[in-house]
Structures are given as structure tokens and as C-alpha cells.
Write a protein that binds this ligand. Structure first.
Ligand code: ZN
Length: 167
């Protein structure tokens, strides 16, 4: 199995360059607030804890009760919820690599691309999630964190965060 350097420590991740307000629509107490998180990971693969970035968007939205959609705007990245424990991050990386190894002769490569594994890894993590918001905060269990999974980095990418509810 190819040994891949997964960027497993969130504190080592380059984080997000900026957040862009895309829309803020309010009808009485009903609010829909949309931001794009812009990111460029300097590695091909990374698992990045973005929980705080999402919490910041929720705070800026002013929404107290509702839900939050977090979606990778790419077909070679994923969004998921799980533990931020470093051993588990390494385990997830190895598991993804075992199911969709880099360097295999994928049919997708007949188009001239080399990222067939990244599309399959994205499929395994899902591309988006919805999280509950109660009293203005993510209503998560104690160990739940939101991760952005990059499978074909070294380029500018976006994540859309859409918060919907009442203010
Ligand atoms: Zn591709």
C-alpha cells in the first residue's frame, strides 16, 4: 500500500484564507445566511477540522435555532463529522487509501486526469452534511467535529456554509 502523508494535525493545517459572504436573506425572524470558505491546502491529501470556522459563520448569521448545511463545492473533496483524535485521523486516511488507492489505472484517467482515487475517496466521505443549531450553537455530541477532507489539493477550493433558521 502506498504510504501517504495525511495532514492529520489540525494545528498544522494552513486553515482558511478567507470567508466570503454570499447572501443574507431575512424575512421577519426567518434568516438564510450563506458564506463561502476559501481554502488552498498545500498537500494533495488532508483532513482538516473546520468546526470553529463553521461556528464563526453561525455566529455571524445571528440564527438561534435551525440547521446548517456544509458542502464541499468540489468532486474531489468531502465533508464529514467524527472525532478529532489524531490516531483516528490516521486510521481514516489509511482506510480511505486502502479502498481507493492512489496510482491505480482508473478508467477516469483515460480523460488525461490522474485523480480517480480522489473522486472515489470523496464518495466514501460524502460531499456534504447538515448539522442542527440550538440556542445559536452547533447541537453536537461532545466529541463530534466537522472535517473538510481534501483528496486533490494544491489548488484553490471552496466550501459553502448555508445557515437556515430563526434569529
Ligand atoms: Zn477527475
Amino acid at each position: 500500500m502506498t504510504r501517504i502523508h495525511w495532514l492529520i494535525d489540525p494545528s498544522d493545517c494552513p486553515g482558511f484564507r478567507r470567508s466570503e459572504l454570499a447572501a443574507h436573506e431575512a424575512r421577519g425572524a426567518q434568516v438564510h445566511h450563506t458564506e463561502y470558505l476559501h481554502v488552498e491546502i498545500p498537500e494533495r491529501y488532508a483532513l482538516v477540522n473546520i468546526t470553529e470556522r463553521v461556528e464563526e459563520v453561525i455566529a455571524r448569521s445571528g440564527i438561534l435555532d435551525g440547521s446548517c448545511l456544509v458542502s464541499a463545492m468540489h468532486i474531489t473533496a468531502g465533508i464529514y463529522v467524527n472525532d478529532a483524535e489524531s490516531g483516528l485521523l490516521g486510521d481514516i486516511g489509511e482506510w480511505l487509501e486502502s479502498l481507493a488507492p492512489y496510482g491505480r489505472d482508473y478508467r477516469h484517467h483515460r480523460t488525461g486526469e490522474d485523480n480517480g482515487d480522489a473522486h472515489l475517496k470523496s464518495f466514501l466521505t460524502n460531499h456534504a452534511l447538515t448539522a442542527p443549531i440550538t440556542r445559536g450553537k452547533l447541537d453536537f455530541g461532545i466529541w463530534q467535529r466537522i472535517f473538510y477532507a481534501e483528496f486533490d489539493g494544491r489548488r484553490a477550493k471552496r466550501i459553502v456554509v448555508k445557515v437556515m433558521g430563526i434569529s
